[in-house]
Ligand binder design. Structure first.
Ligand SMILES: [Zn+2]
Length: 115
């Protein structure tokens, strides 16, 4: 995500994942953040279409896993399946945050709207 005001990286993905990025929780829910370079208030306008590919691939991977989960349980056992699902969930969550950060398109929030 590049800041449209200063042209630099508005936020690292770690900052996206772990902090509110300089705004309140309410603003954060509205997709707002502050640029880490120039401090301007930005808004998540939309996502690049790659984000939707990530979404589709995720759904397919999940569907395949659900489809084969009983087979997998017979092969590796229930305990291993639970661990497998937890790891899968974390990986998908991680990928999602990364994709949301990577493919986010930002716009500047006007000073009037800021209040
Ligand atoms: Zn900036």
């Amino acid at each position: 995500m590049i800041c449209p005001s200063c042209g630099k990286l508005a936020s690292t993905w770690m900052r996206t994942a772990l902090t509110l990025q300089g705004v309140t929780i309410v603003q954060s829910f509205k997709g707002q953040l502050r640029c880490q370079q120039c401090g301007i208030l930005l808004r998540n306008k939309k996502y690049n279409k790659q984000m939707w590919y990530v979404l589709v691939v995720t759904v397919i991977v999940m569907a395949l896993n659900i489809l084969f989960s009983s087979h997998l349980r017979q092969v590796i056992g229930m305990g291993a399946v639970v661990i497998y699902w937890i790891i899968l969930f974390i990986v998908i969550l991680f990928l999602f945050v990364y994709a949301m950060w990577k493919y986010s398109v930002l716009e500047i929030v006007k000073a009037v709207e800021e209040k």
